[in-house]
Design a protein around this ligand. Sequence first.
Ligand SMILES: Cc1cc2nc3c(=O)[nH]c(=O)nc-3n(C[C@H](O)[C@H](O)[C@H](O)COP(=O)(O)OP(=O)(O)OC[C@H]3O[C@@H](n4cnc5c(N)ncnc54)[C@H](O)[C@@H]3O)c2cc1C
Length: 397
Amino acid sequence: MSDELDDFRREVQAWFSANKPADPGFLLPESFMEVGTDPQFQFLRAWQRKVYDAGYLGMAWPQAYGGGGRPQAFQDIVNAEMARQKTPFVPNTIGLNWAGPLILAIGTEAQKQRFIPGILNADDIWCQGFSEPDQGSDLANTQTRAVRDGDEYVITGSKIWTSLGSYAKYMILLARTNPQEKRYGGLSFFLIPMQAPGIEVRPIKKLTGEYGFTQTFFHEARVPADCLMGREGEGWKIAMMTLTFERGATGGQAGGLSRVSLGINDVIELARQSRRDGRPALEDPFVRDQLARFLIEDQGDRLCAARAQVPALCSERPDAIPLSAKLRTSEYRRRLFQFALSLQGANAVRWVGDAAAVEGGKWQRTYFNSFSSTIGGGTSQIQANIVGERVLGLPKD
Ligand SMILES: Cc1cc2nc3c(=O)[nH]c(=O)nc-3n(C[C@H](O)[C@H](O)[C@H](O)COP(=O)(O)OP(=O)(O)OC[C@H]3O[C@@H](n4cnc5c(N)ncnc54)[C@H](O)[C@@H]3O)c2cc1C
């Protein structure tokens, strides 16, 4: 097997070197949460299709639905190579990494056949309708209503921060089917078409000036009754399962890169180029000390991720690494990029498009975007609560 994997690694390195797309000449988003223009979307969708057609996406998913049917180790090699070569990311993150694994885990045969191929080849982009204007962290308080009417459900309400809402063909939706049950029990889970009459999306401008998500309105939108996943009232259980895929606590994702971003090595290079007291900032003892700390954390996270692949090394607290990973890595990135801005002195305030901005202002954009993953998928405070309760056994109060 290891010879086979080595051969495969060489094949993958050669393919991505030869096929990595040229710079499109416009600014690409850093992740699926920032896809804001049609050219960006079309470029990224074409890239996902190309990677899939080459056989490098969904490698461990069943062949019956368009997957590769191979061991996960092959997909891991592809993911690592895409990151190493800094290729563009594949945009259907919600489909590939949480809706898809969910459908494969608990969907009906008909749902698997209908949805999985389009997720892989990027024909069908997915979005997620969980958060509402008045409830994000408190998901159990979902107010959007779904009422059964013959062969349809009628949906009324509003979801917000819908990443990819402008481009999605389907949404995973959490809605209340039983208003008598105030919290968990009255919720149901749906796989709905975004083109259904009565669904309206309004783009929302982000901190960076980009458009990456929408508010999604349901004006008595009618969807077929077979959009229901599982049974009525099971929505909370299915939403929680979705979040374990989203937060990386459960495997089964189709793979591919879901973010392209700067990292610690880029910050070291920035420190080499920046000046402090007339000398390269990299020579400053304080800067060196900070960089060493970031490097240690980075290496610690990599080793933790590797350790999580070996069950025998995690048997004492099997959930500790997956549940804490999102919290650790998102907060790490936010601090790292804040430090990168501090290296720029007064230039730190310059934005993308300012001729005097360091490297075109890309650090500023990355810093602002780094807040996304400390909020999306559950805020850091909520993640800390989860780790406290489920891993450390601390009381809820
Ligand atoms: C870039 C981005 C993309 C997103 N994409 C999507 C998407 O595609 N689909 C979707 O459904 N949602 C999406 N979201 C929404 C995201 O899931 C919510 O923003 C998040 O769950 C927080 O909800 P909220 O914004 O309502 O904040 P609130 O829940 O109102 O929280 C406000 C503050 O209070 C804190 N807080 C709340 N409850 C507690 C508690 N019990 N203990 C301690 N502190 C607490 C929070 O940590 C936060 O600091 C996205 C968000 C971002 C930033």
